[in-house]
Design a protein around this ligand. Structure first.
Ligand code: PLP
Length: 337
């Protein structure tokens, strides 16, 4: 087993009387590892296959680690959210970065990246596209995380975590429900994301939320949904570092904001919160007070307000989703490009 494989599983850390954190070094290694290994087994990745993907974050890093380990070329289509440190790291691993610098008319990059990816795929006929947003192997890969949590904690009553592709929450919840069907899944999205029916808007918080609906997102997995704004996520990211010694990124902060609130209201319910990546990328932003002070949005906080439909508000709201389909709650966004 190589070092990256040994690191797939999270540390399980106690955060409160009934709350545990699943602290990952790089959560996206889980689907990257499983999807690439499966493609090697099926022959979809041959000796000269180029791996291609659209990503602005940690999935790109995970793929770059994996591609380097198996000695394949990787082309990542990305946008300015992929900061300089991350670009340098994936370049060191041998990946080629194709940067999309101009957003769509709606101010988002996801559709622009997918259009550029189509061109990259034409350029490399022998390519493998892991399709993290639509590949059922993404959620399936998290069965090992569910087993790990079950081994460490026994029955888990609630799982709380950020939702981007939906792979980690849907896959881990499904695995835990094999042991405990009553497990409650609490998804953490952010205002302006279409995932749970809000209108698409420019979002301050990255890594969770989406401008397009991933094919693998199973809305019927979720009992509750929170739309956590950036200010609260940043505040809780710093608090997690100072109070618990856990150095994570802001999607972890958003998840912990919800988890602490949720756990305080559900005493005696054993909850686990997913903490997907480390803080290094955010040293010059979330971990820098002058950066936080430069925009009041980054310091905004407040209590969550319950809503009975996706509200499209910039403040923290939550709703009882009750394992419904998106079409039972809100009009789904247009089809993926
Ligand atoms: C740092 C980080 N946290 C959370 C998520 C959400 O995970 P998932 O895509 O499994 O929903 C992502 C997704 O890209 C991420 O990069």
């Amino acid at each position: 087993m190589d070092a990256a494989t040994a690191d797939l599983l999270p540390h399980v850390v106690r955060l409160g009387p009934d709350l545990w954190g699943a602290s990952f070094k790089l959560m996206k290694m889980v689907p990257a590892h499983h999807i690439v290994n499966t493609a090697l087994e099926t022959g979809e990745i041959g000796p000269d296959t180029v791996v291609v993907e659209s990503t602005s974050g940690t999935y790109g890093l995970a793929l770059a680690v994996k591609a380097a380990l198996i000695g394949r070329r990787l082309v990542l289509v990305t946008d300015p959210a992929m900061d300089d440190r991350l670009c340098r790291r994936v370049a060191d691993l041998g990946a080629t970065v194709e940067m999309c610098r101009t957003p769509s008319a709606l101010g988002e990059y996801q559709t622009v990246r997918l259009a550029r990816l189509a061109k990259v795929r034409e350029r490399f006929p022998d390519h493998f596209w892991p399709r993290q947003y639509d590949n059922p192997l993404n959620p399936a890969s998290y069965s090992i995380v569910a087993e790990h949590l079950h081994r460490r904690l026994g029955a888990v009553d609630a799982l709380i975590g950020p939702v981007g592709s939906g792979g980690s929450m849907c896959g881990t919840a499904a695995g835990l429900r094999l042991h405990h069907p009553g497990l409650r899944a609490v998804g953490v999205d952010t205002p302006g994301s279409v995932l749970f029916g809000q209108p698409d808007q420019v979002r301050e918080l990255r890594g969770l939320g989406n401008s397009v609906l991933p094919g693998i997102l199973d809305h019927t997995s979720f009992d509750e949904v929170h739309w956590c704004p950036a200010g609260e996520a940043y505040r809780q990211t710093r608090r997690l570092h100072r109070a618990n010694g856990l150095f994570h990124g802001p999607t972890s902060g958003a998840a912990v904001a919800v988890a602490r609130w949720w756990s305080a209201r559900n005493p005696g319910v054993r909850a686990v919160v997913m903490l997907p990546d480390q803080g290094d990328r955010y040293l010059d932003t979330v971990y820098d007070d002058s950066w936080l002070d430069a925009d009041p949005v980054r310091r905004a906080d407040g209590e969550p307000r319950e809503v009975n439909r996706p509200a499209g508000e910039s403040s923290w709201t939550w709703m009882r989703w009750n394992r419904r389909r998106l079409s039972d709650v809100a009009a789904p966004p247009g089809p993926r490009p």
